[in-house]
Design a binder for this molecule. Structure first.
Ligand code: SF4
Length: 483
């Protein structure tokens, strides 16, 4: 036989199996990641990928059974393979059935801090013109109760939300009263810097089982620099607030978000150590959002996505070290992606949905009665870009808001399955579309994915997580423990 040709058997197909739809991408020089619509993934070598797609795998090959059990191929024995795949896909998309669960009330735009990266404009504490009124709150509650979702989350945001605590009290009491007739499962969250915390507020939170979400950016000096306050005591007030919340409401009643500024990039380990020292079991790493006020201060606080990704990897490496040493500690954004990779369930996280979760997973009632499709949409509005304004609490009905052209068009345009750049991407089952980000940074809701910071962030993280799990089984065990 000529050296140009392989043996005859090499060209024979094992026609007894068929391929199910899948996407693939290189993991490194010799491995490929394959994913399917149910979010299953498998890593194979180039030769294995070729054998698989040329139908040259034999049923004795262990890879054959692995591909079969994860719905990459089916044969005459797998008579319900397609139905199973459909069930898994349906489960992954089940969040769509519930429609809008998260309702954000921006009860005031006033704030006692002046953070340079804040995404909404800051107003001094005495300007009640920037408070939501009771009438607006009533209309928001009307809309809340028209949601088909049985599970609802009511989140209070600002500004500093506790500066309008009277309205928070009013909304919680009204919602609870009205809920007696319908019996929905309702959770309340106050997003606050904890600076205005009082015993009265704590008593109310205890009585109504309200969860606290706060922000801790790291060590005292870094936190105070990121979150300036007249008395330079943001950190001290936060730490004492966290202690008071825990002792009154319980150890798991408060969580914290961390916003990364250029200064933060210098302290990956120190920031995690601070979270551990303060008794947190997790951290949520956030890059600065390109909306609202943050754009004005980007030259002093901003950085390239590549720098943030290096920071993220350093933090995650350190967190894995901590977990290997037996201390449970989670990075929350990683955990959201892992939930999509390693479990059959969706996350409900707005930025990782297809179609986009704006409006259909979250709705925002702004302090001035305008209704926005997401928190980022109202931040954009503070820069006079009201593209994602869906209507107004005082003048529009539920139907008018949720069938507004901007919402319907955005949902139609943000199905990743038909989106340029995403449709063939192996990470599609784990990713989402962020129309507000792409509108803000690239001028249209779909965006150009090869130059999108959102795409760069998610693609890098997803590939990195799979590589970590493939290269070290212990890492996969740690990640599974996070879920
Ligand atoms: S945004 Fe990027 S990583 Fe996400 S699905 Fe689209 S191409 Fe893939």
């Amino acid at each position: 036989m000529s050296g140009k040709f392989k043996a005859f058997e090499a060209y024979q197909q094992n026609s007894s199996y068929n391929l199910l739809p899948f996407r693939f991408i290189t993991l490194d020089t010799h491995r490929y990641i394959l994913t399917n619509i149910a979010g299953e993934y498998i890593v194979v070598s180039k030769n294995e990928l070729q054998d698989f797609t040329r139908k040259q795998l034999t049923s004795q090959n262990p890879l054959y059974n692995e591909l079969k059990s994860r719905h990459f191929l089916y044969d005459e024995e797998s008579d319900i393979a397609l139905e199973l795949l459909a069930i898994k896909y349906r489960t992954k998309q089940s969040y769509l059935v519930n429609f809008t669960g998260l309702h954000i009330f921006v009860v005031t735009l006033r704030c006692d801090h002046s953070c340079p990266y804040c995404q909404v404009s800051r107003q001094s504490e005495d300007k009640t013109a920037f408070d939501m009124t009771g009438e607006m709150a009533d209309k928001g509650i009307d809309i809340l109760f028209q949601s088909p979702s049985h599970t609802l989350k009511v989140e209070f945001q600002g500004g500093e939300s506790l500066l309008n605590f009277e309205l928070i009290k009013y909304i919680v009491e009204q919602v609870e009263t009205r809920n007696q007739a319908v019996g929905k499962d309702i959770e309340f969250v106050i997003a606050t810097n904890l600076s205005p915390l009082t015993d009265e507020i704590l008593d109310f939170c205890l009585e109504h089982r309200i969860f606290i979400s706060t922000s801790l950016d790291g060590l005292e000096e870094l936190h105070n620099k990121n979150r300036p306050k007249r008395a330079n005591d943001s950190y001290a007030r936060l730490i004492s607030g966290v202690e008071r919340v825990r002792s009154k409401l319980g150890p798991h009643s408060v969580s914290a978000l961390m916003t990364t500024t250029r200064e933060s990039l210098k302290y990956p380990r120190e920031i995690v150590d601070e979270y551990l020292r303060q008794g947190f079991k997790s951290i949520f790493l956030r890059s600065i959002s390109p909306y609202g006020f943050a754009v004005k201060t980007a030259s002093s606080t901003g950085y390239q996505m590549k720098e943030w990704l290096d920071f993220y990897k350093e933090v995650l490496t350190y967190i894995l070290e901590i977990n290997r040493a037996g201390v449970y500690f989670v990075e929350e954004y990683t955990a959201l992606i892992l939930k999509k990779m390693l479990t059959p369930y969706p996350t409900g996280y707005v930025d990782l949905q297809s179609p986009s979760g704006i409006g259909i997973s979250v709705i925002v009632f702004n302090y001035d009665s305008d209704v926005y499709a997401s928190d980022e949409s109202r931040m954009l509005a503070e820069m006079n870009d009201k593209t994602f304004r869906l209507g107004n609490l005082l003048t529009n009905s539920y139907q008018q808001i949720f069938t507004s052209d901007i919402l319907l068009d955005t949902i139609y345009e943000t199905m990743l399955e038909g989106m340029p750049g995403c449709t063939d991407c192996a990470f599609l089952p784990y990713c989402g579309s962020d129309p507000v980000y792409h509108h803000s940074t690239q001028g249209d809701t779909i965006g150009h994915k090869p130059t999108s910071g959102f795409c760069q962030k998610n693609m890098s993280i997803m590939k990195y997580l799979i590589k970590l799990m493939e290269d070290e089984p212990k890492v996969r065990q740690i990640f599974e423990s996070w879920l």
